[in-house]
Design a protein around this ligand. Structure first.
Ligand SMILES: [Zn+2]
Ligand SMILES: [Zn+2]
Length: 93
């Protein structure tokens, strides 16, 4: 029983919400959420490498920026629209 030397695919532990563990059946790696910020991981969905950010660490299964759920992309769209509105205001002044 040991942690494998690979990029881990994380899933939040159902027992302790501060802990993320690797879903690989042969890997016993787990890590405290606070220590995972900025670390590389593999996307749960597509397997691509990405860096974990604060938002990912709120999710049960962190996803790369390309995947992510509908609600995330919707939120991103809202932010973009908001920023565009701000820009418009600045230009008209
Ligand atoms: Zn692993
Ligand atoms: Zn992905």
């Amino acid at each position: 029983m040991s942690a494998l030397n690979h990029l881990h695919i994380y899933e939040r532990s159902s027992v302790n919400k501060q802990i993320y563990r690797c879903i690989d059946p042969y890997c016993t790696h787990f890590c405290n959420k606070a220590l995972l910020l900025g670390k590389a991981a593999k996307c749960f969905k597509c397997g691509r490498e990405f860096l974990l950010d604060a938002y990912d660490l709120k999710l049960k299964r962190p996803l790369c920026p390309n995947c992510g759920t509908d609600s995330i992309s919707l939120e991103g769209k809202k932010v973009k629209e908001f920023l565009e509105e701000m820009m418009k205001d600045e230009i008209s002044i």
